[in-house]
Design a protein. Structure first.
Length: 101
């Protein structure tokens, strides 16, 4: 697979602004958080995240705090954010919407 191009700061900021629940942490990372009714629901959602990450071959940092799941994204080999991070975040958001109905 070819190396993905790192997005400009402006392009990354614009893309992140269009994603519900996602923020830019710094020059290299973005983060999104999801809340659930119960711990088992949060864990079930992480299973869905794993399936998406495997399909995209792009894996997030995952933090679980009882009913809250936080995902952090970056593209290591590009040294920052790429279109793949944005695509991943969109897919995670879509999965969340179907999960919580």
């Amino acid at each position: 697979m070819a190396k993905l191009e790192r997005m400009t700061t402006e392009a990354a900021n614009e893309a992140i602004a269009s994603l519900d629940g996602w923020v830019r942490e710094d020059d290299k990372w973005m983060a999104g958080s999801y809340r659930f009714a119960s711990f088992p629901d949060a864990i079930a959602f992480v299973g869905r995240i794993a399936d998406i990450a495997e399909e995209l071959k792009h894996h997030p940092f995952i933090g679980i705090d009882y009913r809250k799941v936080t995902l952090r994204l970056t593209t290591w080999d590009s040294g920052g954010l790429t279109e793949l991070d944005m695509q991943s975040a969109e897919r995670y958001n879509a999965s969340y919407r179907t999960f919580v109905g």
